[in-house]
Design a protein around this ligand. Structure first.
Ligand code: NAP
Length: 461
C-alpha cells in the first residue's frame, strides 16, 4: 500500500477566476487525483463572490441557467479546493510572477472582461451604452455605474443579434411583475419599473441566417406577456450561399422558421414591441443637439454570397433615446502575461501559455481568455479539460523543479497585503442577500456595492 501523501507533497495550483471555466478547471484537477498527483487548488477571484458570469452575466430571469451555481458550489466545497475572493491578480494586486512563486502552477481563467467598440461617431453620447455595462448594472456587479439607463427613454435600439442582445432586449421589455421575483438589485428593479421603454429594436448587420442567437433564446422573446415581436418579411432573405434550405445548418433553419412565423403573425395587441431588423449596418449614433442620443443611422446592406454583406448606399434612421451596443466581448491584457491584441486571447498550445512561442512552465489558460468569447457555459468543460490534461502531464516536472512549497499560499497572499474572502465569507454574503430579500419582501436580492459585499463577508473597510 502506498504511503499516505503529505500535505507538502501536493502540487499547489492557483486558478485565477471563479467563473465556470475556473471552476471546471479546479474540478478537473482534483478529480484526477486517484491516478495522478495529489493536487490542492486555490480558486482566486478579484470579486468577493464566486461564479463569474453565471452570477454577473446570466440574466436574472434565467433562473434555470442560474441554478448552475449549485453545481459550481459543490465543486468549490471540495475539501482540496479553496475559494479565495477579493484577490486581484495584476499590477494592483498579485503580479503573475509573484503568484507563480507561491504556487507550482497557475491557470488563468479570467474571461473576456470588456466590450468591443463599434468605431462609429456618437458612441459616447449620453444614452449610448455597451450592453455589457447594462448587464453588469442589472446583475449587481460592484463595479457597475448606475447611469439611469432606461430612464426617460421610450425607444431602445440594440445593435447586434447575439444572445446578449436577446437578454438585454428581453429585460427591457419585461414588466416589473416579472422582474420582481428575480435577484435583481433593488435600484435596478425600481429604475426598470419606472421605465417607459415600449419599443425595443434589435438590429443585425447581416441576415437572419447569420444571426448569432440560439433558437431557445429567440423563441422566448415571443412569450413575453407585455410585448409582441415584429419582423419584416422583406428582411428575411437568406444569403445566396444558403439558397438551398437543405444546406442550412439545423440551428439556422430553426431560427429562420421562428422569424418567418413572427413575420406572418397577426398583431396580438400587446402594448410593447420587440422588433428584429436585418441587413442594417450602424454608421452613426445620432445626437439630439444636447449631447444625448436621438437615434441610430444605418446603411442598408446586401448579402455578398460569401456570408458577408456589402453596403448599398441606402440609409435609414431608427429613433431611440437608449442605444445598447451588443457586439461581443473582448479579452483584456493581464500585465505580466503575453497577449494577442487582435483575438483578445493569451497565446497557448493546448492550454499551456506560450511566451515567445515556447510553453512557459507552470502557466496555463482556460475559458474565454484561451479561445475567445464564444460558446455557451458548457463549452468551458472540454476547454478546461484540455488545459487540465496539459497541466497534469507537466505535474511531475513542476514538482521536481520546485519541490514541496514551504508556505501556505494563503499566508503568502496575506503577507502581500491581500485580504482574501474565504468560503465562510461568501456564505456570509449569501446570508446577507437572503436577509435583504426578506426585508424587501422579495426573494434573495443581490448586494450591488463593494462596501456592502465586504461587510457581509466579515471584512469591513
Ligand atoms: P456574439 O454572439 O458574438 O454576437 C455579437 C453580435 O454583434 C453579432 O450579431 C455580430 O454580428 C454583431 N456585431 C459585431 N460587430 C459588429 C459591428 N461592428 N456592427 C454591427 N454588429 C456587430 O456575442 P454576445 O451576444 O456578446 O455573446 C457572447 C457569448 O455569450 C456567445 O457565445 C453567446 O452565445 C454567449 N451567451 C449565451 C447566453 C445563453 O446561452 N442564454 C446568453 C448570453 C451570452 P456579425 O455576426 O455580423 O459579426
Amino acid at each position: 500500500m502506498p504511503a499516505p501523501r503529505q500535505q507538502q507533497d501536493r502540487l499547489r495550483v492557483a486558478v485565477v477566476g471563479a467563473g465556470p471555466s475556473g471552476v471546471y478547471a479546479a474540478q478537473g484537477l482534483v478529480r484526477e487525483e486517484e491516478t495522478g498527483p495529489a493536487v490542492a487548488v486555490d480558486v482566486l477571484d478579484r470579486l468577493p463572490c464566486p461564479y463569474g458570469l453565471v452570477r454577473y452575466g446570466v440574466a436574472p430571469d434565467h433562473e434555470k441557467i442560474k441554478s448552475l451555481q449549485g453545481t459550481l458550489r459543490t465543486v468549490l466545497e471540495h475539501p482540496r479546493i479553496r475559494f479565495l475572493g477579493n484577490v486581484e491578480v495584476g499590477p494592483d494586486g498579485m503580479p503573475p510572477a509573484a503568484l507563480l512563486r507561491a504556487y507550482h502552477a497557475v491557470v488563468y481563467c479570467v474571461g473576456a472582461a470588456t466590450d468591443r467598440r463599434l468605431g462609429i461617431p456618437g458612441e459616447d453620447l449620453r444614452g449610448s451604452h455597451s450592453a455589457t455595462d447594462f448587464v453588469s448594472w442589472y446583475s449587481a456587479h460592484p463595479d457597475a455605474r448606475d447611469d439611469g439607463f432606461a430612464l426617460g427613454a421610450r425607444s431602445a435600439v440594440v445593435i447586434g443579434v447575439g444572445n446578449v442582445a436577446v437578454d438585454v432586449a428581453r429585460v427591457l421589455a419585461r414588466g416589473a411583475d416579472e422582474l420582481r421575483p428575480t435577484d435583481m438589485p433593488q435600484a435596478a428593479l425600481e429604475s426598470l419599473e419606472r421605465s417607459a421603454v415600449s419599443t425595443v429594436t434589435m438590429v443585425g448587420r447581416r441576415g437572419p441566417s447569420q444571426a448569432k442567437f440560439t433558437t431557445k433564446e429567440l423563441r422566448e422573446l415571443g412569450t413575453l406577456p407585455g410585448a409582441e415581436t415584429r419582423v419584416r418579411e422583406d428582411e428575411l432573405s437568406l444569403d445566396p450561399g444558403y439558397r438551398d434550405p437543405e444546406g442550412l445548418p439545423s440551428a439556422v433553419r430553426r431560427n429562420v422558421a421562428v422569424l418567418r412565423d413572427w413575420a406572418a403573425a397577426e398583431p396580438s395587441g400587446r402594448p410593447g414591441t420587440i422588433g428584429l431588423r436585418f441587413y442594417l449596418r450602424p454608421v452613426e449614433i445620432l445626437d439630439d443637439g444636447a449631447g444625448a442620443v436621438r437615434g441610430v443611422r444605418f446603411e442598408r446592406t446586401a448579402p455578398d454570397g460569401a456570408g458577408g454583406v456589402t453596403g448599398t448606399g441606402a440609409y435609414e434612421e431608427i429613433e431611440a433615446q437608449l442605444v445598447l451596443r451588443s457586439v461581443g466581448y473582448h479579452g483584456v491584457p493581464l500585465d505580466g502575461l503575453p497577449f494577442d491584441a487582435r483575438s483578445g486571447t493569451v497565446p497557448h498550445t493546448a492550454g499551456r501559455v506560450l511566451r515567445d512561442g515556447v510553453p512557459s512552465p507552470g502557466e496555463y489558460v482556460a475559458g474565454w481568455i484561451k479561445r475567445g468569447p464564444t460558446g455557451v457555459i458548457g463549452t468551458n468543460r472540454p476547454c478546461a479539460k484540455e488545459t487540465v490534461g496539459s497541466l497534469l502531464e507537466d505535474a511531475e516536472a513542476l514538482l521536481a523543479a520546485r519541490g514541496p512549497l514551504a508556505d501556505d499560499p494563503l499566508d503568502v497572499l496575506r503577507a502581500a497585503g491581500r485580504r482574501p474572502v474565504e468560503w465562510g465569507g461568501w456564505l456570509g454574503i449569501e446570508a446577507a442577500e437572503a436577509d435583504l430579500g426578506r426585508r424587501l419582501e422579495r426573494a434573495t436580492v443581490k448586494i450591488p456595492d463593494w462596501d456592502g459585499l465586504l461587510a457581509a463577508a466579515g471584512l469591513p473597510g
